[in-house]
Design a protein around this ligand. Structure first.
Ligand SMILES: Nc1nc2c(c(=O)[nH]1)N=C([C@H](O)[C@H](O)COP(=O)(O)OP(=O)(O)OP(=O)(O)O)CN2
Ligand code: ZN
Length: 120
């Protein structure tokens, strides 16, 4: 058995996106509010009664979030093409060095109903 713990957060960011699909709005600089969630796990029987202290998890998230929030995503080192898929990977990799096992990362744009999940 294992326990999973999730912390949600959001960030606002701008980007452009060149696509095979002909979309002028995508090619212009535009912004989205992204809602994200990081889920970490631990064996169900922990001495601490915690997967990890949420304060530590939030610190890890804050460090990754700072690299995205109010940035032009096209210019974020290591992100690559600013898609939901690459945002999942970027956050997953950014959280991977903590005192936890990252199970999955979700990134959504609720306003347009787009969502992506990267699982371990
Ligand atoms: N697989 C993905 N496809 C697309 C992503 C993505 O992250 N992963 N992102 C986008 C763009 O960010 C875009 O802003 C959203 O585009 P879309 O919903 O298509 O809106 P448009 O204004 O471009 O309208 P169209 O009707 O598609 O012309 C796109 N794809
Ligand atoms: Zn977009």
């Amino acid at each position: 058995m294992k326990l999973e713990l999730t912390q949600r957060f959001f960030f606002d960011a701008a980007h452009t996106l060149e696509r095979a699909h002909d979309s002028a709005p995508s090619r212009r600089v535009h912004g989205h509010t992204y809602h994200a969630a990081v889920t970490v796990s631990a064996p169900a029987a922990t001495d601490s009664g915690m997967v990890v202290d949420l304060a530590l998890l939030r610190q890890g998230i804050a460090a990754v979030r700072e690299r995205l929030d109010h940035h032009l995503l096209d210019e974020v080192p290591g992100l690559g093409r600013p898609t939901l898929e690459n945002l999942c990977r970027f956050i997953f990799e950014g959280m991977a060095s903590g005192l936890w096992v990252v199970e999955r990362v979700d990134v959504e744009r609720p306003a347009s109903g787009d969502a992506c999940r990267l699982s371990r």
